[in-house]
Design a protein around this ligand. Sequence first.
Ligand code: 0L1
Ligand code: MG
Length: 262
Amino acid sequence: MALNATTINELALHLDSAERQAHAVHKITDDFPEMDWADAYAIQDAIRELQRQRGVRIAGLKMGLTSSAKMRQMGVVEPIHGFITDYGAVADGGEIDTGTLIHPKVEAEIAFVTNRPLRGPGCHIGEVLAATEFVLPAVEIIDSRYEDFRFDLKSVIADNTSSARYVLGGRTLRPQGLDLRNLGVVMARNGRVVATASAAAVLGHPAQSVAMLANMLGARDRDIPAGTLILTGGVTEAIAVEVGDNINVRFQHLGSVSMRFV
Ligand code: 0L1
Ligand code: MG
């Protein structure tokens, strides 16, 4: 690691406060170019700890940058991971207060809930599917704390992968018998289609994203506990939203998820 514990805690406070005040900041590697990957995840962990200390419940995990288009765009070969919180949950059909966010974008995702622990290295798609209690449709609202979404990968890992809000649909299905890879998704903003995709956009199969998460955590001597909710990454590109926008996403076999930005 290149940063000391004091700097890591100061950067965690800085990003946590940017989130709470819905105030954009410049990317932290501008001031700390020597920051390495371990520092980036250590800052994310320190934010998690800060939040836990003030009573926030960690509601699950998320993978980001899982589509090859987004990875190419960022010049990376591996996705990134973060966590989601209790205060990030918005009911399906609910309202999202844009006043609490900086510049939100929405992305359609497949969520998994596990029923036994998963641990890498060597976790594979078969193990993930066998350990999946159900899948459900989701929309993640990302909101980078960095000005104009201008960041590099280390800065965005530290910023908990732009995690902000998420909406889960109510229809759950067991993965057995479901062709998750070819599941179609249509996103509409104010009634007009703005993105379409197949779930294969996520690493060829969204269960692959969960396997990769288990392997990435395994490298840090952690696992995915049983009963974990996991957002597997955007199948569609992220779409910017504004006050007054209605978002509706239809997932083949899994129903719809909707929300309004107020
Ligand atoms: O969930 C995501 O894929 C977001 C990853 C962070 C990059 C971004 O803010 O677009
Ligand atoms: Mg996402």
